[in-house]
Design a protein around this ligand. Structure first.
Ligand SMILES: Nc1ncnc2c1ncn2[C@@H]1O[C@H](COP(=O)(O)OP(=O)(O)OP(=O)(O)O)[C@@H](O)[C@H]1O
Length: 251
């Protein structure tokens, strides 16, 4: 007898999202769902609309059409509730160069309304997870790219969110730093729901349960990594076929 399993709860929902800048559509009718416990890679060439879609999902910008939901909360009308459950690492990190990591984390903890005791506990926890203890009193502007990313990640994890939206967390890092970020990500994916954008296809193979790929603002693939091998001889080839000249000619 087959057992029926209740599908995991939808935690990130893009529901027919579009964003128009004048006549230009940065995202067009983008729909996908990330369920509880999944790590989904969000792929696409430069300018495909990944950051725009992530900004709509996080409530950072309003969609022109459609609805974004985090843990079931509409990110326009119930943004505060949704944001409590969401950690967001924007493309270049939310970093104020003149502040130290400690003052910045304290600032974000205040902004999120964490109680003094919980705030101390959480700052200690994210400093440990992101390995920031050696740079806590340095000006952020003087930190290496890798440490700046870690500070951004610490900010995203501060309030123990269930959901993470990470825009290119490994961009510009050296191979050792990339390994570190991947290790952190694997650890986080045991307890959290994650949507992460990246240009590194090996990263996808190593970590993702599923892939959503967009090209020119539209979803062109939503499925598992294995399915990508049916779209090309390897991941690079599949990416090219779905988003490169071949895709343009076929459309
Ligand atoms: N505020 C804006 N005004 C006008 N056009 C915009 C704006 N923001 C983004 N765009 C355009 O929308 C398109 C999608 O940009 P977006 O940053 O979402 O792409 P991306 O997939 O994240 O690219 P990358 O991989 O380079 O980060 C681009 O053509 C970009 O120039």
């Amino acid at each position: 007898m087959s057992e029926s399993k209740t599908p995991a709860k939808p935690m990130i929902e893009a529901d027919h999202l579009s964003k128009f800048y004048g006549p230009f559509a940065a995202s067009r009718d983008v729909s996908f769902t990330v369920r509880e416990g999944e790590l989904v890679a969000f792929l696409g060439p430069n300018g495909a609309g990944k950051s725009t879609t992530m900004k709509m999902l996080t409530g950072y910008i309003a969609p022109s059409e459609g609805e974004a939901r985090i843990a079931g909360f509409n990110m326009l009308s119930e943004r505060i509730e949704g944001s409590k459950r969401l950690g967001y690492l924007p493309e270049n990190g939310p970093l104020y160069p003149e502040m130290t990591p400690l003052s910045m984390l304290s600032f974000f903890a205040d902004a999120r309304g964490l109680s003094p005791a919980y705030r101390k506990e959480r700052i200690e926890a994210v400093v440990e997870i992101c390995d920031l203890s050696t740079v806590m009193y340095k000006a952020t502007s003087k930190l290496s790219k890798g440490f700046k990313q870690r500070v951004g990640m610490a900010q995203a994890l501060l309030h123990e969110p269930d959901v993470l939206i990470l825009d290119e967390p490994t961009a510009g890092l050296d191979p050792n730093q990339i390994r570190e970020v991947r290790r952190t990500m694997r650890r986080l994916s045991e307890t959290k729901t994650i949507l992460l954008s990246t240009h590194i296809l090996q990263e996808v193979e190593a970590m993702a349960d599923r892939v959503v790929m967009i090209n020119e603002g539209r979803v062109v693939y939503n499925g598992d990594v294995a399915g990508l091998y049916e779209r090309g001889t390897d991941l690079d080839d599949a990416f090219h076929n779905l988003t490169g000249q071949a895709a343009v000619e076929a459309s």
